[in-house]
Design a protein around this ligand. Structure first.
Ligand code: HEM
Length: 144
């Protein structure tokens, strides 16, 4: 009986531990789960490289100041993921108005960001939560 109890308890512990590994951590910000500023910087540097290699997406950035974009995107992402930064740049609508960004190109940019997150070793559970925070911005960026 004691042995059976021991086994059941052991099994329960394993289930609880596994659950802790796959369940999003409610009380820790996405920013901290990601590894803070250094990981965001790694993701954005990789993202900028991907943009630079993409024949269609690079066209949108012909006139852009890459360092300014880098700083702004890092700040914005940090704030979006509940990090300690405050994004003080222009709104998404102000920035992207007139670029005539298509849904197709928006989706390509998301793919480039996913590639960058994969390169930075971000788990898929975390990636999905980050993308869920960005998804509502679609209407502020596409064809405005
Ligand atoms: C969820 C998706 C997106 C987010 C969160 C986002 C966010 C931002 C932010 C924060 C900046 C400003 C950086 C700064 O302060 O200068 C920016 C600039 C820019 N974004 Fe986006 N963006 C998104 C999608 C896109 C897409 C799909 C395109 C084009 C296909 C695009 C093209 C640009 C360009 C060209 C700039 C630079 C503007 C300039 O400096 O002249 N963005 N974006």
């Amino acid at each position: 009986m004691g042995r059976l109890f021991g086994r059941v308890t052991g099994l329960l512990c394993i289930v609880i531990l596994l659950n802790a590994c796959v369940t999003p951590k409610a009380n820790v910000s996405l920013y901290h789960q990601l590894g803070g500023e250094p990981t965001i910087e790694r993701i954005i540097d990789s993202f900028i490289n991907e943009i630079g290699r993409h024949p269609t997406i690079i066209q949108y950035f012909k006139e852009a100041n890459v360092m300014h974009f880098r700083t702004g995107f890092i700040r914005h992402m940090c704030a979006l993921l509940d990090g300690p930064c405050k994004y003080t740049g222009d709104s998404m609508v102000q920035i992207h108005t007139g670029m005539d960004i298509t849904t197709r190109d928006f989706n390509i940019v998301v793919e480039l960001l996913i590639t960058a997150m994969n390169e930075a070793g971000v788990s898929h559970v975390l990636q999905n939560q980050i993308l869920a925070r960005m998804a509502p911005l679609r209407s502020e960026i596409i064809k405005i």
